[in-house]
Design a protein around this ligand. Structure first.
Ligand code: ATP
Length: 360
């Protein structure tokens, strides 16, 4: 009897900077994994939407981009940002122009110290730092509300309005508590700044209390965002799941990635938990223009991104096998410069492919 293997259609958007280098490495490893396991197929389609496209056409995305993306099971995204395009134009033109309309409201950022890598924190090794940061990804400080008036005048004024809706806060809080309840420690830290921001952050606290009542097995803690930064450095083992707003979680997760060894290993998933739209998976790092074309970009963040994508697609076994292969390669010391090694992007990629071949 012939068994039908699922085929997943993946849209790849490498975009800017080192994005094409790491996405190409990620696709190589994913193809190797799929062909070695033989239990599912992956079909990739590449989209060359980037800051170069913007400079040529005045647009990052063609008019039918969202309809096109909806036909895929997942999106693999590289990085956006170019030296001659203001960051707020590139971010809103490409990444947020996909995340927001596709209702990818839950941004998930796992952090851990890989075997064979070093945390800048003294005495902190694998297992001491095992966190997942849940970032609200659809509103808050990045809602895009505000404006500027009297431009160029001494009394020029700009407003940047944070929007917090009960609907938006409830859905991210419930998602975060569900995530925490499935993890061994069943512990969540709700991060706000409700001592100084007295509207949105107070709603955030209130909703956290309501949702917490639905999850009696989850231990809940409240923390102000400034105190959270010191806690992450001084008592990392006391943290497990963190839920925070769009801006706060963005900052905390960059800190988390650095504490785990390098921003070059951290992944992020932009999920639509309703699964009505495809979710988007990307490394946390940006376009890293200082190392573009040098062949030293760390592809591990993209490999871990691929792991998270496979989990979301239901391929848990393949996901765990890939993560294990990546950690084994790090443990052998085949690591890039950002992690203190000398390996190139290609050498790490080949080593992960060899490890997949050897272990599966
Ligand atoms: P963004 O604002 O989009 O996050 P950024 O320019 O502020 O971008 P990154 O592009 O993430 O930040 O780069 C920050 C630093 O980390 C740079 O020195 C960069 O070279 C380094 N870096 C980022 N990603 C990697 C990677 N995959 N491998 C090695 N170094 C990296």
């Amino acid at each position: 009897k012939v068994t039908e293997h699922p085929t997943y259609k993946i849209a790849s958007i490498p975009a800017d900077g080192i994005g094409p280098e790491v996405i190409s490495a990620g696709i190589t490893v994913l193809k190797k994994l799929a062909s070695t396991l033989g239990t599912f197929n992956l079909e990739f389609e590449n989209f060359d939407w980037s800051s170069d496209t913007y400079k040529k056409t005045g647009k990052y995305l063609p008019g039918n981009a969202l309809q096109t993306l909806k036909k895929f099971d997942a999106i693999l995204f590289g990085a956006v940002g170019a030296p001659d395009v203001p960051d707020h134009i590139s971010l809103w033109g490409l990444r947020l122009a996909i995340c927001q309309p596709l209702q990818q409201y839950a941004n998930v950022r796992p952090t851990k110290i890989f075997r064979g890598t070093q945390s800048p924190l003294r005495n902190c090794t694998t297992g001491d730092l095992d966190w997942v940061i849940i970032r609200e990804n659809s509103e808050g400080e990045y809602a895009g509300h505000g404006g500027r008036s009297h431009i160029g005048q001494a009394w020029e004024t700009a407003t940047e309005v944070s929007i917090f809706t009960r609907h938006g806060v409830e859905r991210i809080m419930r998602f975060a508590f569900e995530t925490a309840s499935k993890r061994p420690k069943k512990h969540i830290t709700v991060v706000t700044k409700s001592n100084a921001q007295r509207n949105g952050m107070v709603l955030w606290d209130l909703v956290a209390k309501e949702v917490a009542a639905e999850f009696p097995d989850v231990k809940v803690e409240k923390m102000l965002v400034d105190a959270m930064t010191t806690r992450m450095v001084l008592k990392p083992e006391s943290i497990d799941t963190i839920v925070a707003t769009n801006l706060h979680a963005n900052i905390l997760s960059d800190l988390a990635a650095a504490l785990a060894g390098s921003i070059g290993i951290a992944p992020t998933s932009n999920l639509d938990p309703t699964r009505e739209n495809p979710s988007m998976f990307e490394p946390i790092h940006g376009s890293a223009l200082d190392i573009i074309g040098m062949g030293i970009a760390n592809p591990v963040a993209t490999f871990w991104t691929a792991v998270e994508m496979l989990k979301w697609l239901g391929e848990e076994k393949a996901a765990n096998a890939l993560l294990e292969a990546v950690e084994n390669v790090c443990e052998k010391g085949i690591i890039t410069k950002d992690l203190g090694g000398t390996a190139t992007t290609a050498e790490v990629t080949n080593a992960v492919c060899d490890e997949i071949q050897r272990t599966l």
